[in-house]
Ligand binder design. Structure first.
Ligand code: GAR
Length: 202
């Protein structure tokens, strides 16, 4: 049976869309069971609907974190999700959520972790003056932007760059590596040794 993805997003949803296009093209053998946003106005929800996918707004504003995450867990369980994919989900997850899906939550972050965790990573990297940046797909644990790393891609910072042009170059790589990382996890051909994810060659 095809593994079921639950996508969480808060905004534009371009990473989600790249994954969805790979699923539709048959490049990624999975099913998108549900797309959930904590923001009703998220562009990603509209994209999901236009692709004929189940898209649910679960507004987080005004709800206490644990209570919200409990609802989110229930929703994902109801949709029998095997893997939770954070795609620009801009809300901290509580231990309640993380413990409900042990080593079953992935995140993409727009920097080469452990450099520049947190918000606006591309701007942080640009302002710091790094000459190379990139993106990271990692398992989610109870610390922010911290879990074992599945995939990274590096991009150069060019002399004429702005934070925006750098973000665009990183995003292109995000769209490529997220599906690769999902494919590894769904294949089951990896093991986690401490912080290291060792991918077994097929
Ligand atoms: C992406 O650049 C993603 O890496 C970042 O938000 C953007 C979402 O874009 N995520 C984080 O910063 C998480 N800490 P998208 O909605 O177009 O996929």
């Amino acid at each position: 049976m095809r593994k079921r993805l639950g996508i969480l997003l808060s905004g534009r949803g371009s990473n989600f869309e790249a994954i969805a296009r790979n699923v539709i093209a048959g490049v990624l053998d999975a099913e998108i069971a549900v797309v959930i946003s904590n923001r009703e106005s998220a562009q990603g929800l509209a994209t999901a609907r236009s692709l004929g996918l189940k898209a649910i707004a679960l507004p987080s504003k005004g709800t206490e974190r644990e209570a919200f995450d409990t609802q989110l867990v229930e929703l994902l369980r109801r949709h029998e999700v095997d893997l939770v994919v954070l795609a620009g989900y801009m809300r901290l997850l509580s231990p309640i959520f993380i413990r409900a899906f042990p080593q079953r939550i992935l995140n993409i972050h727009p920097s080469l972790l452990p450099a520049f965790p947190g918000l606006d990573a591309q701007h942080q990297a640009f302002e710091y003056g790094v000459k190379v940046s990139g993106c990271t797909v990692h398992f989610v644990d109870e610390q922010l932007d911290n879990g074992p790393i599945l995939r990274q891609a590096a991009v150069p910072v060019l002399p004429h760059d702005t934070a925006d042009s750098l973000s665009a170059r990183i995003l292109e790589q995000e769209h490529r590596v997220y599906s690769e990382a999902i494919r590894i996890v769904l294949s089951g051909r990896y093991r986690i040794e401490g912080r290291r994810v060792v991918v077994e060659e097929s």
